[in-house]
Design a protein around this ligand. Structure first.
Ligand SMILES: Cc1cc2nc3c(=O)[nH]c(=O)nc-3n(C[C@H](O)[C@H](O)[C@H](O)COP(=O)(O)OP(=O)(O)OC[C@H]3O[C@@H](n4cnc5c(N)ncnc54)[C@H](O)[C@@H]3O)c2cc1C
Length: 400
């Protein structure tokens, strides 16, 4: 017999998990299921990120990212406190190492002020007092930034969803969708189910699921791998804050940073290398369908023509450990090449539009029977709870 649900949320990363829970709280009597193709949650972006609870430094005032990141900072910390999940508000230093970066740092400072973050400006001397092992011309300190483990948060969201009666199906790889007047059939290899409404939170696969639903898309997901290294234990107490370079304002990536992880270790990374597989994590990971998809997209070639130099530099530094390390040496000289130890990588789902522009803000799309999270890059782990509220607010009329 066909399993019937009122709402199916597809994708058990942090956005899908938060959405399923928020929907179940709002509609306790509706039959809601969370579908995930892997055998457990958080296997892709959510379990492979830096673990930073962002404060909202970089995002233009008025953007969804600025709003939902600020709300997400508070809600993530509250969620951790209520559920005994470790977190730490260690603060973040953004360090300028050249005149150009100083200029950009001043713009970032103004943006922090616009976003009500009370940033603290540090001179070269003050920077040395705060972080003796970091060098730079000037820095800003954002005290609110923190760290946590998003896989643990994701599992906890799903536990709470299940406690309220929500259903979870792992190993359900949504491959085909057939729409009827008031419901849709969802097909995996060996299962079919029927739902009144679908919410697509499939991260790296979101454009494919939206397309399978019949939506006309003006973007495609281009995967960017983020490779990390771990530092030896002796560095665990070296840095008091997260140490970030000043990012290039034209790119949505933050630059290789030193991140204190919630287990006490320190990682270096991530870079941003164009990936040949959406869910491939080794250096040579290749998937013909994914790569063909990228190469056949005109927007990709437009993007490449605009960012050729940085795409090539990132690729070079990915293959050259010294090149990678040079990015860190700009603000911290003491790390040696042999101290870059292996660590997992992640792949970012970055929506790029037909004109070759990276879409910076969160982006959603909808139809009568569906809602799609089209672009949820960083800080979407921080912002997952308010993103979920935004989704529920958007679809409320359709569900009632
Ligand atoms: C290297 C890196 C560093 C980052 N650092 C940070 C950070 O420090 N702070 C921060 O806030 N954000 C960070 N981010 C961003 C953040 O991790 C993501 O924005 C967030 O995890 C997105 O969550 P998601 O649920 O949308 O996607 P995902 O976690 O990717 O989850 C999508 C899920 O959908 C499933 N799925 C896909 N297709 C199907 C299908 N057809 N059927 C069923 N299931 C399917 C997948 O298996 C997956 O479990 C980082 C990301 C990366 C990659």
């Amino acid at each position: 017999m066909l399993n019937k649900y009122d709402i199916a949320v597809v994708g058990a990363g942090i956005v899908g998990a938060a959405t399923a829970l928020t929907l179940k709280r709002r509609y306790p009597s509706k039959k809601i299921v969370l579908l995930e193709k892997e055998q457990m949650c958080a296997q892709h972006q959510t379990g492979r990120n830096s673990g930073v609870i962002h404060a909202g430094v970089y995002y233009p005032a008025g953007s969804l990212k600025a709003k939902l990141c600020r709300e997400g900072l508070t809600q993530t910390i509250e969620f951790c406190q209520r559920n005994n999940i470790p977190y730490q508000q260690c603060g973040k230093l953004i360090v300028a190492t050249s005149d150009l970066e100083q200029h950009r740092l001043h713009d970032l400072y103004s943006r922090c002020v616009e976003n009500d973050l009370n940033p603290i400006r540090l001179s070269q001397q003050q920077l040395k007092q705060h972080e003796p092992d970091v060098k730079g011309k000037e820095a800003i300190l954002i005290k609110q930034t923190g760290i946590t483990d998003y896989s643990t948060i994701c599992r906890s969201l799903i536990d709470r969803f299940q406690q309220l009666g929500g259903g979870v199906m792992y190993g359900f790889n949504l491959r085909k969708i057939i729409q009827h007047t008031n419901s849709v059939d969802l097909f995996a290899a060996k299962q079919i189910l029927n739902t009144g409404f679908l919410v697509n939170c499939t991260g790296l696969m979101t454009d494919r699921v939206a397309k399978a639903f019949g939506l006309e898309l003006d973007f495609k997901i281009i995967p960017f791998k983020g490779e990390y290294f771990r530092l030896p234990k002796k560095y665990n107490d070296t840095f008091k804050h997260l140490i970030y370079p000043v990012p290039d304002p034209n790119l949505p990536f933050l630059g290789v940073h030193l991140t204190k992880m919630i287990d006490g270790s320190v990682t270096v990374g991530p870079n941003a290398v164009l990936a040949m597989a959406r869910e491939g994590y080794s250096k040579t990971a290749f998937n013909l369908k994914d790569f063909t998809d990228t190469l056949s997209f005109a927007g990709f070639w437009r993007l490449l023509s605009q960012h050729k130099t940085s795409v090539i530099d990132e690729l070079k530094n990915s293959w050259s450990k010294q090149g990678y390390l040079n990015q860190v040496h700009k603000y911290c000289e003491q790390i040696l090449i042999d101290e870059l130890l292996p660590f997992r990588s992640g792949v970012r789902a970055q929506a790029v539009d037909n004109n070759g522009e990276m879409i910076h803000d969160f982006k959603f799309a909808s139809s009568e029977l569906s809602f799609h999270v089209c672009n949820a890059p960083s800080p979407a782990a921080t912002s997952a709870l308010p993103i979920a509220e935004e989704i529920v607010r958007n679809i409320a009329q359709k569900l009632e």
